[in-house]
Design a binder for this molecule. Structure first.
Ligand code: TYD
Ligand code: MG
Length: 450
């Protein structure tokens, strides 16, 4: 059989070259050429079968085919279980717990189906050791230590699993490409073939991928647009909390998150994240405030902390962890201009407790409250929480899903909530909690620090 031809193709403009080049001669992009197999590789030629067009009305489909992992947090992030034939990429920093999560997930699945876990990183003995520790014992869970894609595909044909896990895509290689495993060309080619395999056979595949330092899944996000679902497993290695987030999902919402805690016996689900995130909250300390963030369909209450202290250098420092830096700068400017707080000579540090990240304008008001509390050295009533987006004119703007947020607060024993006036007008009364509507930053600060 003739050897497949290798070419180098620019990922930006498509220019092809017989040799690797640092700069694309066509579009001028640097380091954009990636090795590819030119001819369709053996066994990869699709069985060309002509499909007849259907009216959408006639197509039969149901959500019942989804495979449940039994881990509710994971099933919810997937959009209600695994869709047959889908390819799910699970990305995250090394050591965050990806292998652990998937071992636990497929243990649940393999109670009544065969599941194949292919590891290129650990030997079967090591996997067994970990499995014993976290209670993964199913006899239908089959472990294969292999890195050659061709051999992996052969094994799948023999074993015929119902779900497949590849841990990790960076260790898998095909001998059609001369480059080392983990290179962009290898990652792309291997996942392309796995993708094709999944679509042809209907076997769902989990692909684990390590995230490189700049935050992209190695092979600069090349995988993200070919797979159906991209999940990121994130968290601070210093903290025990782990968040599973969908960044792309063809079969569900991308707003959902799953919260886990890493323990000695593996990952456990956190069913009520608010309670955990607020568990160690100090009382009557300045700079601490509770805010509400919607994570998909769930409201989560989280503590925000600010520390404002006189700067020692000419230029004040502004540091934010867990919230967008630009947003914080903008809000500090609003405080300065609209509320007359002199933050010019002050360092400002802001932190979301628990090592999680919030990207929601509904916490704006919380940021202002925390900073003001630390600046004025007045603590905020621990049984009050604040919700609201802040505009540049110092106005408080309405936010979505207000009732769910208020109810979550009431459930956790909060007695008072400050919300945007336009939300307050439309909200019906919630038991045991006082709802205060505010229109401006001034008004909020007046209520909190009177
Ligand atoms: P792992 O799943 O190997 O991470 P990844 O596959 O993302 O590289 O998890 C490794 C970390 O998890 C390791 O630092 C130890 C920790 N861990 C626990 O704390 N408890 C456990 O039961 C297990 C299995 C791992
Ligand atoms: Mg691993």
């Amino acid at each position: 059989m003739p050897k497949d031809k290798i070419i180098f193709a620019c990922q930006v403009c498509g220019h092809q070259a017989p040799k690797w080049l640092g700069k694309c001669p066509d579009c001028g992009g640097w380091n954009t050429l990636v090795e590819e197999v030119l001819s369709p590789a053996r066994g990869r030629v699709p069985d060309l079968k002509k499909d007849k067009p259907h009216s959408i009305h006639e197509i039969e489909s149901s959500d019942d085919d989804r495979i449940l992992t039994g881990i509710e947090e994971l099933d919810r992030v997937l959009g209600g279980g695994i869709v047959p034939g889908s390819v799910i990429l699970v990305g995250g920093d090394p050591g965050i717990g990806k292998s652990t999560l998937l071992l636990q997930a497929i243990d649940g699945i393999s109670r009544n189906r065969k599941v194949l876990y292919v590891s290129g990183e650990e030997s079967p003995k090591q996997i067994k050791l970990r499995g014993m520790r976290i209670g993964v014992t199913s006899k239908d869970l089959i472990i294969l230590s292999e890195t050659s894609l061709d051999l992996i595909l052969q094994s799948i044909d023999e074993i015929k699993p119902k779900v497949l896990v590849i841990d990790s895509i960076q260790t898998v290689f095909t001998s059609d490409l001369p480059s080392a495993p983990g290179s962009i060309g290898q990652v792309r080619e291997s996942s392309g073939r796995l993708m094709f395999y999944a679509k042809r056979t209907g076997i769902p595949i989990f692909i684990i991928g390590h995230v490189t330092k700049d935050g992209s899944i190695a092979g600069p996000r090349v995988l993200e647009h070919i797979v159906d679902t991209v999940l990121y497993f994130e968290g601070d290695t210093g903290h025990t909390f782990r968040i599973l987030r969908a960044v792309k999902n063809r079969f569900g919402s991308t707003n959902e998150i799953g919260v886990f805690e890493m323990k000695d016996s593996g990952l456990t689900e956190v069913k009520n994240p608010s309670e955990i995130f607020l568990a160690e909250r100090p009382h009557n300390v300045t700079g601490s405030v509770v805010v509400s963030s919607m994570e998909g369909t769930r409201p989560i209450l989280i503590e925000l902390q600010a520390l404002v202290s006189p700067t020692n250098f000419g230029v004040p420092r502004r540091t934010s962890i867990g919230v967008d830096y630009n947003r914080v700068s903008l809000l500090l400017a609003v405080l300065e201009k609209r509320a007359g707080l002199h933050l010019m000579g002050q360092d400002v540090f802001l932190n979301v407790v628990g090592g999680i990240r919030i990207d929601e304008p509904a916490i704006d008001l919380g940021i202002l409250a925390a900073v003001t509390s630390s600046f004025k050295e007045i603590p905020i009533d621990p049984r009050t929480f604040v919700i609201g987006e802040v505009g540049l004119a110092g106005e408080i703007r309405a936010i979505s899903q207000i009732e769910a947020r208020i109810k979550e607060g009431a459930k956790l024993g909060f007695k008072r909530v400050i919300i945007p006036i336009n939300n307050a007008k439309k909200t019906s009364k919630v038991k045991d909690i006082e709802v205060i509507g505010v229109a401006s930053v001034d008004e909020t600060l007046e209520i909190l620090f009177r």
